[in-house]
Ligand binder design. Structure first.
Ligand code: FES
Length: 180
């Protein structure tokens, strides 16, 4: 039974983990709280962990994992801990599992210090209806500018003669008697 090291990001805590069982089981044995709605059947995607380094030391993605997460590991760096075994040392981010509520969604990085976290705004039905009416009124407003439906304003300048084409006058054709 080979032992590998799992370094937890950002605390730097090091855990000894074997390659015999899945990462989910090993992390739970080590006393870490990892969410798992389906109990390791690869149907809930709650047990996602973010791989900070050492992705080459993880077992290849299973069909079930690919079906759930898609083929986007190179972008998200997310793996299902219930489907993953270690073949070497890795650094993992499991901070999402310690949080509760919407902030606890794994893969959602916390906002930088000094910035407010994005909250879900629950609007009342009246507010939504009012906002819809306002947006409709706004869209019906005539935008300023000379070019908006300019053909409707042409009647204002009826006194001025209309110009067609360019400004150059066509020269009348004349016979030159001297040529003959
Ligand atoms: S525990 Fe549900 S997908 Fe891993």
């Amino acid at each position: 039974m080979s032992e590998h090291k799992v370094t937890l990001w950002p605390s730097g805590e090091v855990l000894e983990v074997s390659s015999e069982e899945s990462l989910l089981v090993q992390l739970k044995k080590a006393g870490k709280k990892i969410k798992s709605g389906c109990g390791g059947c690869a149907t809930c995607s709650d047990c996602v962990v973010i791989v900070k380094s050492g992705e080459m030391n993880l077992s290849p993605q299973t069909f079930e994992e690919l079906r759930l997460l898609g083929n986007v590991f190179h972008i998200t760096k997310e793996r299902l801990s219930c489907q993953t075994r270690l073949t070497g040392d890795v650094t993992l981010d499991i901070t999402g599992h310690e949080k509760t509520g919407a902030a606890g969604k794994v893969g959602k990085t916390p906002p930088p210090r000094g910035q407010k976290s994005t909250k879900t705004i629950i609007k009342k039905r009246d507010d939504i209806v009012r906002a819809e009416i306002e947006s409709k009124e706004k869209s019906q407003e005539k935008p300023s500018g000379d070019w908006y439906r300019h053909w409707e304003n042409e009647g204002d300048d009826a006194s001025k003669p209309k110009k067609f084409g360019g400004n150059k006058r066509v020269k009348p054709f004349t016979f030159n008697d001297n040529d003959e």
